[in-house]
Design a protein around this ligand. Sequence first.
Ligand code: SAM
Length: 538
Amino acid sequence: MSGHPWRLRPLPAEVPVALLQEEAGKLAEQIGVAAAAMDAADAAFAMGVLYTGMMPDGFRTVHGAYYTPPALCERLLDLATDAGVDWRSARVLDPACGGGAFLSPVARRMADSRSDDTAAAVLKNIEGRLRGFELDPFAGWMSSVCLDVSLADLCREAGMRLRPVVRVCDSLEQIPGGKGFDLVVGNPPYGRVKLSPELREEFDRSLFGHANLYGVFTDLALRFARHGGIVAYVTPTSFLAGEYFKALRGLLGRDAPPAGLDFVTERRGVFADVLQETLLAVYRRGGDPGEAGVRFISPRPDGTIQTSSAGSFHLPEPPDRPWIVPRTEAHGALVGRVNGLPYRLADYGYTVSTGPLVWNRHKKSLREKPGKGRYPLIWAEAVRSNGTFEFRAKERNHKPYFEPGAKEGWVVTDFPCVLLQRTTAREQCRRLIAAELPASFVEAHGAVVVENHLNMIKPLEGGPRVAPAALAALLNSETVDQLFRCINGSVAVSAYELQALPLPSPECMKEIERLVTARAETETLESAVERLYGGGAE
Ligand SMILES: C[S@@+](CC[C@H](N)C(=O)[O-])C[C@H]1O[C@@H](n2cnc3c(N)ncnc32)[C@H](O)[C@@H]1O
């Protein structure tokens, strides 16, 4: 067969074919010629980006079709190798294989590990242990074509092609059977999804509230991996802390603890059109929940990957709590030190809720001037970045007073609390921006109305064990801010994550109360907090 160009595999019958107009046809041919001159993996990725970029928005979103660049695929496969995957014998599944970003390099590793066998034997062997599932028939066909290209040397030598290893199907409907796979690998689709009642019941063990496709695919991977097998996935980072993922964290902690995490620190140019924070994770089914290594990776322009270590982390107990994981190299030591801290906001006698007033649903009750039956309206801008409270309403559309109507009494707050901004970006110098809402202010006005861009940290029944001013100072400290960054990578500062923050004991907080009362310098307070978290000079 050598010397003769092979024809592309025929498209499956379910893919509709339309004739291209002349110009488009020429362009397609030029693209084909250019791709043929490229490295096979780079060409496959470029074609995939082209294909997914031309999908109608709705189709792309529903399918979560964002293909993985070759350097990240290779990195994930290296992590799987480090975790013990033996390419000579491993049975491997990608349950959302797209255009074959993982199938092709996996097939290559399988082939290279069997270089002593005949080409035909290698192909037969790969056919027996490599599988891909894909919903989109065209993507499934691209996977098969890319496998043909990457195994072309063997196919030519053996005079045969690989028999199909990709099944066009809905992975969530597939029932695992047999011994299970040694490696389930891939970049599953992501995005909120409304599951059918049957699927919701099927995946109940890993669901809490809204389902996200990548969470369901992680549960699916655990079902297809054998005991002792590896799951190696590219996913968003939101599962590390979000409340909606707590059942999934619990499942992973019990059934397949992480062996290592690589955060992709450079998002630009990595995934076309993906803005979410991404990580590469390796889990071992039935593994011991020990220490997991954490690294940061960023692809270089030449396609290689730069890595740096950020230390390690342990799963919390119970593992459904947010996982506190270093997000920069500087976090490694802090994360190691907070492991033994059992105290949370509830131990200080506080709970967290969001400010009740969604202002644009109550526009008619906003007022410019004070008056009878009117209360100060507390916007996020009242919590200044230096940790002080200032009654103000200077930003656009903000008015300083609120006059609740007959059915709006529930928006009124008549007790002091700690206020904390709900939206802050990681680029800001502080993620946690808190201030005490002074009791004197509440008393002077009888009550206030807190707007929804603020969290309210409110005393529980029985009263707080730590003074609000000391709590605000703690939350405003650099140490706690860095700790929060190890929990949360998004812009929202959620009540759930605040309640998960490890804190010093309420008794130790007496020192902070003293310093706050004595109006100590910021530096003195910072060092005191650092010491309470086990850092700084003795
Ligand atoms: C994020 S892309 C990744 C594709 C490929 N693994 C890669 O890394 O380039 C996710 C893929 O999952 C496919 N997909 C979405 N829902 C699926 C389902 N229920 N069953 C099988 N495949 C699905 C999409 O069509 C898409 O190709």
